[in-house]
Design a protein around this ligand. Structure first.
Ligand code: MCN
Length: 797
């Protein structure tokens, strides 16, 4: 049973229909395949010994005790693999002079964060492997930890890596005057009638996927089969081959069911390499699954930036310039795209606004903390937070309504396509429509009246209203753009269609779902386009043997790049089928029309042939057009012509108890525009999940290190992950402004909620407290932080 909610019933198609997810059937009936549940004959289980110190020389390490332990098959230290382990790959040079000190999977001479892997034990059971870890003897000579970003950049700072001369990895600069995309920021500063500067801190966050990372490696022939809880099986295959010198055609990578990733599984992990090394050394299958504490301690973190931002404007509110300096905490090593994360945001600081001048500089800094890399939004939430917070600060400075300030400066819908000062060309958007709808949805005017009432009454529980009018760049990206940013890969995606003799369809895609519902969304696209029933379509993914070509899932690219590859492949099938249909109907191809899965002769509707009939005719191949190969199958590789630019308006009303610091989200409404909706139910799910993560950054989550560099939020008792009761009921709606850059008109949605929501919440909290003279609160805005801010404002004296 399907419910259409975006189209009138008489026009019901698959596209636009809220279908429940076909993949859920096996997930909720116990038929899923998680790597950790897999057992292979002769398999050993691995446990990893991790450094208890943030920064230290390894003066001696002896694993012989572990080798004597019951059940232990082998124990290895970094020295055992010193010649074979290579360095973990980093795909992003960023600048030609960028420093990459190297990243061994198992530390050999030095550890650089608490949690760095130093030894691995292989045993018959996981418990035996874990028990044996305690008999490995390691002596460390401690070095001072490098924790503070600005101190790390100062002359004379302790170096994280002895083979470097500075903790700075790179400096990257964008200047609109130099790039030719805008005016000079120096001029904007000089001529400014109003200048507002703020420092925002993006705290470290842990991508808290439901399934911890797990890897199983089976040595095969001269290579391996690796099952991994990864977002990127195709990239894993290539990178594993390059890192370990295994011929790529001897590596098969499989991502079976994957229980979430949120960017946290987009890297080649030390654990994947270690498991491969051990399996190959022993000639036995080896499996490693992290504990939740290992996730928090040793899987990469996200965000971790200091943002110094200045906005210049005229008294009437017209913005004239934006200057941003980022200090980005890269952590101890470069993982797959660590250095590029701040850059993904660099293009988004101007947001939806018409800034004449823009300057951004970014220092990437090594510290003795776990490396940072992608976390849902990766650079774009940080940028959106900074621009949407500073717009509210400017509005306050000018005593303007924050929505009025935005309306004055945003790109009007008739101005698209619009090239921003950062050099991006937004194809379409309608910020007015989304904002008007959101204002209506949340009841903005009533909330403002209630806020005034509480202020007047000196109510201890004040009300604040927060705005976030955002866009983002996703669908990353045209390959030539990635090339211009020195990224080590393209941005295309691949799909193929296999027409089976009975008219059923297999769709092979290079994207790799881990919770997004692609099997459902892609089936809807194919069903609509081919006129084949939804249930007759199978989506194949996540195994480099059955789906040999792809660039996987991240950056909200799967639909707007992978989905379009599917469309292109489907169109090739239709063209092949048209030739056969013309032959079967004894008509010219030009006289045929294709609708609802059948070709018919124009003007002669009785004369038709269906796709399943054609598929069978091609299968038996008794009477095909001359020279035609007996196959309708097709393949397409699609390189997008542009990023996709979803946008929306998120409005938040929070209560702030000025006596206790408690923050409660009273109402949260968002209107997102993701172009053509393929499946509104999937979109809502994506927005809801995204909102939870964005709100979590604003109110709850932070990875905290102590002064010695130990992670003190090493369990979910200390790392506050909100659950459903901690979140409000979300009011969601949509506007539809189709993209003009792809044939479906779609834009991405996977990161939108996370990107938009954090500033909406913090703007609301600051709005509640602004009468007390408060104009900034450090995230997460815990009751203690809010209470302290109120105390230091003197309001309760
Ligand atoms: N969709 C749609 N119509 C649109 C846009 C999208 O129906 N106009 C649907 C798509 O068909 C797809 C889903 O929405 O089922 C998300 O599509 P898209 O925006 O292309 O994003 P991706 O599929 O590439 O997913 C990646 C994105 C990212 S970057 C993170 S991080 C994230 C996210 O998706 N991690 C997730 N959502 C997640 N959801 C779950 N459950 N688990 C994660 O780890």
């Amino acid at each position: 049973m399907t419910a259409t909610d975006e189209r009138p019933a008489e026009q019901a198609h698959e596209i636009g229909t809220s279908r429940t997810r076909k993949e859920d059937q096996h997930l909720i009936t116990g038929h899923s395949t998680w790597v950790d549940n897999m057992v292979l004959p002769g398999m050993v289980h691995l446990a990893i010994l991790r450094s208890p110190m943030a920064h230290a020389k390894i003066t001696s390490i002896d694993a012989s005790g572990a080798r004597k332990y019951p059940g232990v098959v082998a124990a290895f230290t970094g020295a055992d693999f010193a010649d074979t382990q290579g360095n973990l790959p980093c795909a992003w040079p960023v600048t030609p002079d960028m420093v990459n000190p190297g990243a061994p999977s198992l530390a050999v001479e030095q550890v650089n964060f608490a949690g760095d892997a130093v030894a691995v034990v292989a045993a018959r059971t996981k418990a035996e492997a874990v028990d044996a870890l305690e008999s490995i003897e390691v002596e460390y000579d401690p070095l001072p930890p490098v924790l503070d970003l600005e101190a790390a950049l100062a002359d004379g700072s302790t170096l994280v890596h002895p083979n470097t001369t500075s903790n700075k990895c790179y400096t990257w600069v964008f200047d609109s005057a130099d790039a030719g995309s805008g005016a000079s920021m120096d001029d904007a500063r000089r001529d400014a009638e109003v200048t507002v500067t703020r420092r925002f801190i993006q705290q470290r966050l842990s991508p808290s996927y439901m399934e911890p990372r797990s890897t199983l490696v089976q040595p095969v022939d001269q290579g391996v089969t690796i099952w991994s809880s990864t977002q990127i099986p195709h990239i894993l295959r290539t990178m594993l081959a390059l890192t370990l010198g295994i011929p790529e055609h001897k590596v098969r990578a499989i991502a079976p069911d994957v229980g979430g990733g949120f960017g946290g599984k987009i890297t080649i992990t030390p654990e994947e390499v270690i498991t491969t090394l051990v399996a190959r050394r022993l000639g036995k299958p080896a499996k490693y699954t992290e504990t939740r504490s290992e996730t928090l301690e040793a899987a990469h973190h996200g965000r971790a930036q200091i943002q110094d931002i200045t906005i210049t404007a005229k008294q009437d509110g017209t913005v004239t310039g934006l200057d941003v300096h980022l200090t980005a905490d890269l952590g101890a090593y470069l993982r797959l795209i660590t250095p590029g994360i701040p850059l993904l945001g660099a293009f988004m600081y101007p947001g939806i606004y018409k800034f004449p001048a823009y300057h951004l500089s970014c220092d990437g800094v090594f510290t003795t903390k776990v490396p940072t890399d992608a976390y849902r939004g990766a650079g774009r939430p940080e940028a959106t937070f900074a621009i949407e917070r500073i717009m509210d600060e400017l509005a306050a400075e000018l005593k303007m309504d924050p929505l009025a300030l935005r309306r004055k400066n945003w790109i009007a819908h008739e101005e698209f396509p619009f090239t921003t000062v950062a050099g991006l060309t937004y194809d379409t958007g309608n910020y007015e429509a989304a904002t008007d709808k959101a204002v209506e949805l949340v009841g903005w005017e009533d909330l403002r009246a209630e806020q005034a009432r509480r202020r007047e009454a000196k109510d201890p529980v004040q009300l604040g209203l927060g705005v976030s009018t955002f866009t983002e760049m996703c669908g990353i990206a045209p390959s030539r753009v990635l090339g211009s940013l020195s990224f080590g890969s393209g941005g295309w995606e691949n799909a193929s269609i296999r027409m089976l003799p009975t008219g059923k369809v297999e769709v092979v895609t290079g994207i790799s779902p881990h919770g997004q519902g692609h099997e459902t969304g892609f089936s809807q696209i194919v069903a609509d386009r081919l006129g084949i029933p939804f249930d007759d379509i199978e989506i194949i993914h996540g195994d480099t043997q059955s789906s040999p070509k792809g660039l996987d899932t991240y950056g909200s690219r799967s639909l707007s790049v992978g989905g379009i590859a599917v469309v292109k492949a489907v169109d090739k099938v239709i063209e092949k089928a048209r030739r056969v249909a013309a032959h079967m109907l004894e008509a010219s191809q030009d006289d045929l029309e294709f609708e609802a899965g059948s070709f018919s002769v124009k003007g002669a509707p009785g004369s038709s042939v269906s796709l399943p009939e054609i598929a069978f005719a091609v299968f038996v191949a008794h009477d095909l057009p001359d020279g035609m190969e007996p196959s309708l199958n097709s393949e397409a590789t699609y390189d997008p012509v542009n990023f996709s630019f979803p946008h929306g308006t998120h409005l938040c009303a929070t209560e702030v108890d000025t006596e206790t610091g408690r923050v409660k989200i009273l109402k949260y409404a968002c209107v997102d525009d993701v172009g053509t909706p393929i499946n509104p139910l999937l979109i809502d799910g994506q927005v809801h999940g995204g909102l939870a993560q964005g709100i979590a950054q604003a109110l709850y989550e932070e990875a905290v290190y102590d002064d010695a560099g130990n992670l003190v939020t090493g369990t979910f008792v200390d790392y506050t992950l909100p659950a459903a009761p901690d979140l409000p009921n979300f009011l969601t709606d949509r506007t539809v402004t189709p993209s003009t850059d792809n044939p479906l008109g779609v834009k991405g949605v996977g990161e939108a909620g996370t990107i938009a929501s954090t500033p909406a919440v913090v703007n609301a909290i600051v709005d509640a407290l602004r009468p007390l003279g408060i104009n900034n609160i450090q995230m997460p805005c815990t009751p203690e932080r809010v209470w302290r801010a109120i105390q230091s404002s003197g309001a309760n004296d």
